[in-house]
Write a protein that binds this ligand. Structure first.
Ligand SMILES: Cc1ncc(COP(=O)(O)O)c(C=O)c1O
Length: 366
């Protein structure tokens, strides 16, 4: 990690209009150090046993650092049409122990970030934006990944830009940026600027060279990833535009057809994927549809990680489910899938996807 990573951090933060960027070796690591940093703030640090409001659908490593730091999760269902957290349930998710909301914009589609930010402000909660799936999306006139106290992104191979593996945390808070830099690399002071409020420099260079102040990790990115990231970032606006052109065709072919529940765009999606839930009202045989997709050689997969509550790992978590259930997340888990988008003209592929699904899901009169 050297000059290229440092430049990439600056350029990436500038693109998003944020003050600080701290790159890590994956989006998962970005989530881990972002949660950790909130535990070491001077004022109002998170503490074990605090509660955090989370959506029922996201990737596993949105949740794991919360569990690892001893937080209690309160799961809120998603909206069926956006697949993002249902903001009408936030009040009911709140308890006197709530300290943070984790919000995720699923598969390119912005969550109601402006509403959630206001809710967090009113109730004095940390807002953690896991934006690993929605780089360059916009809502309420701003880019996603800029609403939180901490905001994370992934540069994994299949995401909007790729450094092969990689991730970053953006924040406007200087103290958090220093905590992130220390926790990213061994918990030492070496990567902190002179005058950092986290520690006072003493006179011995020998001792200062290896001075540990926080329980950190080593999740540094490689210099090569920083260099690739800088080139990728230059291409991002054009790549997002290509993705959105594909989205427009997908919406034209599939929209208004009640066999398919699509993601209703909130703001401007950066369209990670083409996301479909088979409408249960049509009672289509899921296996038959999946077989048709497989036979046509169309790749598809579960929506993000599906409903997190359905995974075995949940037995290790301290959690509650707001309103006692998450029917929309369950439905997305059981009858949903996505087909990947990419920054090139996919018109033939999208037409073919439509042909295959149209044939597999014969129209029925309801
Ligand atoms: C919402 C979300 N958070 C975190 C991650 C983890 O990112 P990474 O694969 O770079 O570790 C992903 C990965 O796809 C994700 O979708």
């Amino acid at each position: 990690m050297g000059e290229e990573v440092a430049r990439f951090e600056e350029e990436f933060a500038r693109y998003f209009g944020m003050r600080h960027g701290v790159m890590a070796n994956s989006g998962s690591s970005a989530n881990l150090i972002a949660v950790a940093a909130l535990f070491y703030k001077k004022d109002r640090p998170l503490q074990r046993g605090d509660e955090v409001i989370v959506p029922a659908i996201s990737w596993s490593t949105t949740f794991h650092p919360l569990q690892q730091y001893g937080l209690k999760l309160r799961f809120v269902d998603v909206e069926l049409d956006t697949l993002n957290i249902d903001v009408s349930k936030l009040e009911r998710a709140l308890t006197p122990r709530t300290r943070m909301i984790v919000v995720v914009s699923i598969l390119g589609n912005p969550a109601a970030l402006d509403i959630i930010q206001e809710f967090a402000r009113q109730h004095d909660l940390y807002l953690f934006e896991d934006n690993c799936e929605s780089m360059d999306a916009e809502v309420a006139g701003r880019k996603t990944g800029t609403f939180g106290h901490v905001n994370t992104f992934s540069f994994f191979f299949s995401h909007h830009i790729s450094t092969m593996e990689g991730g970053i945390v953006l924040t406007d808070d200087e103290e958090l940026s220093h905590l992130l830099r220390s926790i990213r690399a061994h918990g030492w002071t070496r990567d902190l600027p002179a005058g950092s409020s986290l520690f006072e420099r003493r006179s011995s260079d020998h001792l200062e060279a290896y001075r540990f102040i926080l329980p950190g990790y080593n999740v540094r990115p490689m210099e090569l990833s920083g260099a690739i990231g800088r080139e990728q970032l230059r291409k991002l606006p054009a790549m997002t535009a290509e993705r959105r052109r594909n989205l427009a065709l997908f919406q034209r072919l599939f929209g208004g057809d009640d066999r398919f529940i699509l993601q209703r765009e909130n703001g401007k999606s950066s369209c990670f994927s083409f996301t479909i839930i088979l409408n249960p009202a049509h009672n289509e045989d899921l296996d038959a549809v999946f077989t048709a997709l497989n036979n046509a050689d169309v790749g598809f997969r579960m929506i993000t990680g599906g409903c997190f509550l359905r995974h075995d790992v949940i037995k290790y978590y301290d959690y509650e489910v707001v309103d006692g259930g998450v029917p929309n997340a369950e439905l997305a888990h059981d009858r949903g899938f996505f087909v990947g988008n990419s920054p090139q003209d996919l018109s033939p592929q999208i037409h073919r996807l439509h042909e295959v699904l149209d044939r597999a899901c014969r129209k029925k009169k309801l």
